[in-house]
Write a protein that binds this ligand. Structure first.
Ligand code: B16
Ligand code: MG
Length: 206
C-alpha cells in the first residue's frame, strides 16, 4: 500500500533533457568537438559535475578543477536561459492528472531530483504547490545511485521506505530507489530499467 510517491524530475515530469543537451552541445562546440544526442543519453540522471566529466572524456580533454567549475557554470547559464522559457504546456502527459489524483487520496508527494534547478523548474511548470517535500541537488551531497535523495524525501514525508514508491526514468535512479528499499515504477524502456518493479512509458498510463 503506497503512502508516499517520490518523483524524479527530468524524464518523469518534464523533458528537460533536451535543454541540457542543447547547453552541453554548445559547450562542446566551444571546446571544438561534437556532442551527439546518443552521447547525451549518458548524462540522464547524472549530476552536473559528473556530466561534465563524461563530456570531457568524450572530447578527450582534461582540465583542472577551477576550469571545470567555470565550464559547468557556463553550461548552466545557457541551460537556465532555455528553462526560463518553460511553461505548463511542457508537463509530460498525465502528470497533472496523476498528481491531482494522489492528492485527493491523501498520498504524500515528494520530488527526488539531482537537479539544482528543480525549484525553478517546478515554479515554471506551476506545480510547486502539489509537492509536500522537494529534495534536489542542493539538498543532498551524494548523487544517485546513492539512496540519499530518496531516503531524505521519504523522511520529509514522515514515512518509512516500505510506504514509498519512486518514479524514475534513469538506471542510476532506479538503483538508488532499490538501495533505499523502495518500490520503483520505471518510466521508459524495459531493457534500460530491468531493476524496476514495473515499467511504463509515462504517468498517463496510470
Ligand atoms: P542541474 P533528474 C538530472 O535531473 C538530469 O537528468 C541530469 O541530466 C542533470 O545533469 C542533473 O539533473 C543535474 O541538473 O545541472 O540542473 O543541477 O532526472 O535527477 O531530475
Ligand atoms: Mg530523470
Amino acid at each position: 500500500h503506497m503512502k508516499g510517491a517520490i518523483f524524479d524530475l527530468d524524464g518523469v515530469i518534464v523533458n528537460t533533457a533536451k535543454y541540457h543537451y542543447l547547453a552541453w552541445r554548445s559547450l562542446a562546440a566551444d571546446l571544438g568537438f561534437e556532442f551527439t544526442e546518443a552521447h547525451n543519453e549518458r548524462l540522464k540522471g547524472v549530476s552536473r559535475m559528473r556530466s561534465l566529466d563524461i563530456l570531457l572524456e568524450i572530447g578527450g580533454l582534461e582540465f583542472d578543477e577551477a576550469e571545470k567549475a567555470a565550464m559547468a557554470e557556463r553550461k548552466n547559464r545557457r541551460y537556465v536561459d532555455y528553462i526560463s522559457r518553460l511553461d505548463d504546456s511542457e508537463l509530460l502527459p498525465g502528470v497533472r492528472e496523476y498528481l491531482g489524483r494522489l492528492k485527493e487520496r491523501g498520498i504524500g508527494i515528494a520530488l527526488g531530483s539531482a537537479s539544482k534547478n528543480a525549484v525553478f523548474i517546478l515554479d515554471k511548470l506551476k506545480i510547486t504547490g502539489l509537492f509536500d517535500a522537494v529534495v534536489d541537488g542542493n539538498t543532498v551531497s551524494r548523487a544517485k545511485p546513492d539512496p540519499e535523495v530518496f531516503q531524505t524525501a521519504c523522511r520529509r514525508l514522515g514515512l518509512q521506505p516500505a510506504d514509498c514508491v519512486v518514479f524514475e526514468d534513469a538506471e542510476a535512479g532506479v538503483a538508488a530507489a532499490r538501495a533505499a528499499g523502495m518500490r520503483v515504477v520505471g518510466i521508459g524502456k524495459r531493457e534500460m530499467l530491468a531493476e524496476a518493479d514495473v515499467v511504463i512509458t509515462g504517468l498517463h498510463e496510470l
